[in-house]
Ligand binder design. Structure first.
Ligand SMILES: Nc1ncnc2c1ncn2[C@@H]1O[C@H](COP(=O)(O)OP(=O)(O)OP(=O)(O)O)[C@@H](O)[C@H]1O
Ligand SMILES: [Zn+2]
Ligand SMILES: [Zn+2]
Length: 750
């Protein structure tokens, strides 16, 4: 055990991704105990000459990993100003603590990418003359035997764009000559810096729409708090099409006026031209976009601009939360309910909580926006932890669509074996005749083989867990929460119908049905298959928005934040697929999908219709979505979570145990289970342990996965348990070669 009079600090010297594996240990002198914390900047003797070098403290420990006599001491703390790195290291420490991971994993998550060398400025040459003129010129030059010149022009015509090197070195055509061609308007020279603004053709508009009354009230409220120095977390709950983006733009303007920076998080899939251009139109060159398709160099460049303060509106997906903004004043999280805000690799952090933590460190506010807030966020808004803003009406003249629920069991009884109910069929024909557009949405979640009865809609569930059983290749039905199993009987337990089957309905099948029933309709199918190619997703949406198709058919990916004025019918083909996922959040996910999908209808001047086809017309997720009533949905859902002890009413910690050896993974899981059980003896309210054994994804890339679920109403109790467990898991010989991951309040099942 460590002497209680010693304290050690893990320090990183070179703060870049590449060097992150290397942590150096130093002793913290007693006089510095108070000051030295994760994130502190300190000076230490480093290297052979013990040069005084600056480093960052990333962790404090009571024990040393090396021989005591070899450990050097920290010299002093750098108190000059706070650096954004210090802040991000504190965030990493929070991630490790709250979500469970190693400090290195946490640091790699938060620290900005630094490319070793900044990318050189590259000069590109493109044609400015039209292609026919260029070809004529090429023929002329070839005739005159202008070899270099002709070679250059030929290459340019072929490739459309070449680099200066290709021209000068490859074609032996001097830069001086290229410049002359540019002066004559034949070619154009462009420097690579241009990529910073992907929308050079857009001109900055100074103002947007004048805000309507509801929007203005929100903007005023924020301004008042901000001016009074009040910072906090706000939940902007605004129905689909209520103009939340316009509100964000107004809030950003207020914060920029205070010379602060803003981070705007958008789900990756919505990070499209359509959304980003609205920010460009308002803020022009002050924007930096960070997305996962960027190269390391581009990311590093964006980070440099942010740190230098050249860019002060940062837009990106989840990881943009860690942008090195030194003057951060506001973090906006759009579509706050989206599952993509939770990381699926360690540390499995949630951007919402992490944003609130980071904002707290630097005196920023957080605005969460959604038409269908997560149960977590709304519960916190009701409890007063967040401030709630509501937009009840659609912006402009648009009205919320009318919604009709169609019971697919009735259709089956009537003898309709088509994918489309009679009502939906009729409405599709009407829209085609009127040249209005249609979106058909296929709920593909929970596709993985839940079993239901086509005659009565009954879904086969676990008797202990209120989740669906899933069909396994071994011919059994299984519960992924508790491990319960039963044989698959091809007869409905309720109505005795033999039409019991693992459910499945693919987009291709629907497309074929559309062609058969509506032969003249132009159909655009959007799913994982048709959008694999880069930019395919955006191109298809653009084509649909230009009216190049009558029907857009797709999965989840078509529901996100699109704004098409001509869409007046939205059909949801099988609304309940996601209801039967082996997941306590399935009711919430279904409600969100339905509302967001329905929200695409009638956003222009014409009122929209929504048809929801389902086998569970009485389920509250479906009825409340049809009423556009988030409040009613929330009441039902919250009661259910309370009853079952699910988040946010209680907390859940998943421990995932992985090993290449099956029996080792089982033994390790059993060992942990025993340790936890023993630790709970005598506890007034013990942690509840659910141990289904193998995860539903029981083997992944030859790694066996065992899982434990821990439940307790106090988050602290679970965090404390994790804290006590971690050092044991690290050192105990039983866990050598075993990977153990934590997931706090999971968003998906294991
Ligand atoms: N004050 C306003 N006056 C007129 N039109 C507006 C106003 N504010 C927003 N709009 C328009 O209303 C439409 C919906 O706005 P926006 O996309 O911001 O809504 P949203 O709340 O983000 O919707 P969703 O959650 O469905 O994505 C847009 O076309 C927008 O230009
Ligand atoms: Zn069960
Ligand atoms: Zn039945």
């Amino acid at each position: 055990m460590g002497d209680s009079n010693t304290r050690y600090a893990d320090i990183i010297i070179d703060i870049s991704h590449e060097a992150l594996d290397r942590v150096f240990q130093y002793r913290v002198p007693l006089s510095l105990w108070k000051e030295v914390r994760p994130g502190s900047r300190v000076f230490v003797p480093f290297g052979r000459g013990n040069r005084e070098t600056e480093g960052y403290v990333v962790a404090i420990r009571p024990e040393a990993d090396y021989e005591e006599s070899k450990i050097k001491e920290i010299l002093r703390v750098n108190t000059e100003g706070v650096s954004v790195e210090s802040e991000l290291i504190k965030v990493a420490s929070f991630l490790k603590e709250q979500y469970g991971s190693t400090m290195i994993q946490a640091l790699r998550t938060v620290l900005p990418v630094k490319a070793k060398m900044k990318p050189k400025e590259e000069v590109f040459i493109t044609l400015s003359a039209d292609i026919e003129a260029a070809q004529k010129l090429l023929a002329e030059w070839e005739q005159k035997h202008y070899v270099a010149r002709a070679r250059f022009l030929f290459l340019l015509i072929e490739k459309g764009r070449i680099t200066k090197e290709e021209a000068v070195k490859g074609c032996n055509f001097p830069l001086k000559e290229i410049r002359r061609l540019a002066e004559q308007g034949i070619v154009k020279l462009e420097s690579r810096i241009k990529y910073r603004n992907p929308f050079p053709e857009l001109t900055k508009r100074s103002t947007g729409w004048p805000l309507n009354e509801e929007q203005q009230a929100v903007a005023d409220n924020f301004q008042k708090d901000y001016d009074n120095g009040k910072r906090g977390t706000y939940l902007l709950y605004g129905v689909t099409g209520s103009g939340k983006t316009e509100v964000y733009l107004a809030l950003i303007e207020q914060v920029l006026a205070k010379k602060k920076q803003v981070i705007v998080l958008i789900p990756e899939i919505s990070l499209t031209y359509q959304t980003v251009r609205r920010f460009y139109e308002r803020f022009g060159e002050r924007i930096a976009v960070i997305n996962s398709r960027m190269s390391k160099g581009e990311k590093s460049d964006a980070c440099e601009r942010i740190r230098a303060g050249e860019a002060d509106v940062i837009i990106g997906a989840r990881s943009a939360l860690f942008a090195p903004a030194e003057r951060l004043g506001l973090i906006i999280i759009d579509e706050e309910h989206d599952g993509a805000y939770k990381s699926d690799t360690s540390p499995k952090y949630h951007a919402r909580e992490t944003a609130v933590y980071r904002a707290g460190l630097c005196g920023a506010s957080v605005v969460l926006g959604s038409a269908t807030p997560s149960v977590e966020a709304y519960a916190r808004a009701l409890s007063g932890e967040y401030k709630l803003w509501t937009l009840k009406k659609r912006a402009g003249n648009a009205m919320l669509p009318t919604t009709q629920i169609i019971d697919l069991r009735e259709e089956f009884k009537k003898g309709n074996r088509s994918i489309f109910s009679g009502e939906l069929h009729k409405k599709i024909e009407e829209r085609l005749a009127k040249k209005e557009q249609i979106m058909l949405f296929l709920n593909r979640r929970g596709f993985a083989g839940f079993v239901s009865c086509r005659a009565c809609g009954q879904v086969i569930k676990c008797p202990h867990c209120d989740v669906t059983l899933t069909y396994h290749r071994n011919g059994k039905l299984r519960c992924h929460y508790c491990g319960y199993e039963e044989p698959f009987i091809k007869q409905c337990p309720i109505c005795k119908s033999p039409h019991v089957a693992a459910f499945g309905l693919g987009t291709e099948k629907v497309e074929a049905a559309l062609h058969a029933e509506f032969p003249t309709a132009r159909v655009l199918r959007m799913d994982m298959d048709t959008t694999r190619r880069k930019h395919a997703h955006e191109e298809m949406l653009a084509a649909f928005s230009k009216g190049e198709a009558d029907i857009l058919l797709g999965t989840q990916m078509i529901v996100k934040g699109h704004d098409y004025a001509n869409v007046t019918l939205v059909g949801i083909l099988a609304a309940d697929l996601s209801l039967h996922e082996q997941d306590f959040r399935s009711g919430e996910k279904t409600f969100q999908l339905l509302c967001q999908a329905a929200g695409r209808a009638g956003r222009g001047d014409k009122r929209g219709d929504v048809i929801i086809q389902t086998y569970s017309p009485e389920h509250y997720s479906i009825t409340t979505a049809a009423e556009h009533s988030y409040e009613n949905f929330f009441k039902e859902e919250y009661t259910y979570r309370q009853l079952m002890g699910y988040p946010p009413c209680a907390h859940m910690l998943v421990i995932l145990v992985q090993s290449g050896d099956e029996s080792q993974s089982v033994i390790a899981r059993l060992r942990i289970e025993k340790m936890i059980e023993q630790s709970q003896v005598g506890q007034e309210v013990p942690v509840q342990i659910l141990a289904p054994g193998q995860a539903s994804l029981s083997k992944l890339k030859d790694v066996y996965r065992q899982v434990l679920y821990l439940k307790h109403k106090d988050k602290e109790t679970l965090l404390d348990l994790k804290r006590r467990l971690e050092p044991v898991l690290e050192k105990h010989p039983m866990f050598a070669g075993i990977t153990i991951q934590f997931d706090f309040d999971p968003l998906s099942h294991y």
